[in-house]
Design a protein around this ligand. Sequence first.
Ligand SMILES: Cc1cc2nc3c(=O)[nH]c(=O)nc-3n(C[C@H](O)[C@H](O)[C@H](O)COP(=O)(O)OP(=O)(O)OC[C@H]3O[C@@H](n4cnc5c(N)ncnc54)[C@H](O)[C@@H]3O)c2cc1C
Length: 295
Amino acid sequence: MLRPFTLDRPSTLGEVADLLTAHPHESVLYAGGTELLLLMKEGLIRPRRLIDVKTVRELDAITAENGTLTIGATVRHRGVERSVLVQERCPLVAGVARHVANVRVRNVGTVGGNLAFADPHSDLATLFLALDGTLHLWSRRGARDVPLADFIRGPYETAREEDEVLTSVRLRPWPAKTASAYLKFGVYERPTLGVAVACEPGALRVTVGCVGPRPQRLFEVEGKATGEPAAVLLARAEELGAAAAREVEAVGDRHGSAEYKRALTGACVKRALQVAAARAQGQQIQARYAHTVIV
Ligand SMILES: Cc1cc2nc3c(=O)[nH]c(=O)nc-3n(C[C@H](O)[C@H](O)[C@H](O)COP(=O)(O)OP(=O)(O)OC[C@H]3O[C@@H](n4cnc5c(N)ncnc54)[C@H](O)[C@@H]3O)c2cc1C
């Protein structure tokens, strides 16, 4: 059951800061509430005041400059999915947004809420790590940019200070001729595993999420195949998948044991590489796997 609370609806970041200062330790930032209200209903947290960041209009924008895509913190998953700008600049991001949760969560859940909550079972964190996501944090003390790799410290733990508002995430330009794939596997509501692969001219990115405490880049796998043409990637997918299984940091939870997740990572990295490499050659792999979505 939800206990009574006060809902503040500021319209500027300055007003958010004033509210946080006026009610320290009592106030929690609130966006879509898909995580927060669950915690409150379970009695895991009992904030007296919620500060609705959705009423701060400037946080609900998607912009592009010199190829860099900036997604405001209160943009909903549905907004990302439907944004023409995102579809044009980085279709993979729009495609992944379409497969987050279910339509009810996508309609209210925000990008900022997803990243700030740092649930390990996040598609966005895995994908944005492959795109060198940088988070913009604002407080009265000043603003700062934090790479996603440093922002997420572990399950439900981030580098955000109590007085900071996450205002946006910036994604690096997506080079022309980038072939990519995002593969998610799951048997529960939230993904058990996510793999992002981007084959760019002269560069390869492979990130894995949901299987460990935080999303990770597989630097060893990348190092083994960076600069390889797509045909070679396709031929070496099995070997690179095995390398991914060795490199990944996996922990057991209700989704499976660490050993299972390492094996799953190997199989999924192999598949994602095959799909991305085939796309780089202008081909499509027609494959369907149970409980798996390939974007
Ligand atoms: C049934 C279900 C299925 C899901 N499946 C998936 C999935 O498949 N893939 C996936 O990636 N995710 C999934 N999720 C997670 C979902 O994406 C998040 O719940 C949602 O994006 C959180 O956003 P919100 O706006 O509702 O956050 P809220 O619940 O409002 O907030 C979450 C946390 O972030 C903080 N916060 C919110 N906004 C800010 C801000 N601007 N600055 C600082 N702190 C802030 C809040 O204080 C709170 O601690 C699922 C969730 C549910 C409930």
